[in-house]
Design a protein around this ligand. Structure first.
Ligand code: IMP
Ligand code: MG
Length: 176
């Protein structure tokens, strides 16, 4: 495992994002939607630096069943609060192909929110399949599989306090 962003670097990036979000929304109420499970740690750190009244909701999106390749997206939005007339910020851990954020964004817009913006900790370059504009980005990264600070490989590594790059000897032998 190679460390890509240390705890300190992550906190600097998150503070910068929080400042941008505070500037964008001022003191208007904001509903933050945590895209579970990967963004749970980011959301916890980010919302404590927001100055407006914040409501918190979540959706569960899952496109990785095990390894590092993408499968069909499953979206469970059954736990959302009422979003009609709200300013909404969808927060995900990473933008990779763009399928997750595009699907969550479309769904949230259909629920009558006034404004729907998006924030990700990491934006991975070279894998975008959909043309989607993310509003707030922590860090841009090359096309490498990363774990830690919420991001997992086969369900583990989410608790690492840093973001690391999986190296070939970290990946399971039998993954194809
Ligand atoms: P997308 O739908 O292809 O943009 O993928 C977004 C989702 O895939 C994220 O919410 C992550 O859960 C997962 N993902 C994409 N790249 C990585 C990675 O490098 N490490 C861990 N999870 C990833
Ligand atoms: Mg995810």
């Amino acid at each position: 495992m190679k460390i890509l962003f240390s705890e300190e670097q992550l906190q600097q990036g998150i503070s910068r994002m929080a400042t941008e979000i505070n500037q964008r929304f001022g003191h208007e109420p904001l509903t933050v939607i945590c895209v579970m499970t990967g963004s749970i740690i980011l959301v916890a750190d980010l919302i404590r630096q927001l100055v407006m009244p914040v409501k918190l909701g979540s959706v569960h999106a899952c496109s990785y069943r095990g390894g590092t390749s993408r499968s069909e997206l499953e979206l469970d939005a059954s736990m959302l609060p009422n979003l009609e007339g709200s300013n909404v910020l969808i927060v995900d851990d990473i933008f990779d192909t763009g399928h997750t954020l595009t699907a969550v964004h479309q769904h949230i817009e259909s629920l009558g929110a006034t404004c729907v913006e998006t924030a990700v900790l990491l934006y991975k370059h070279g894998r975008e399949e959909l043309d989607f504009q993310v509003n707030f980005i922590g860090f841009e990264i090359p096309d490498e599989f990363v774990v830690g600070y919420g991001l997992d490989y086969q369900g583990i590594y989410r608790n690492l306090p840093y973001v690391g790059v999986m190296e070939s000897h970290d990946l399971a032998q039998d993954e194809s």
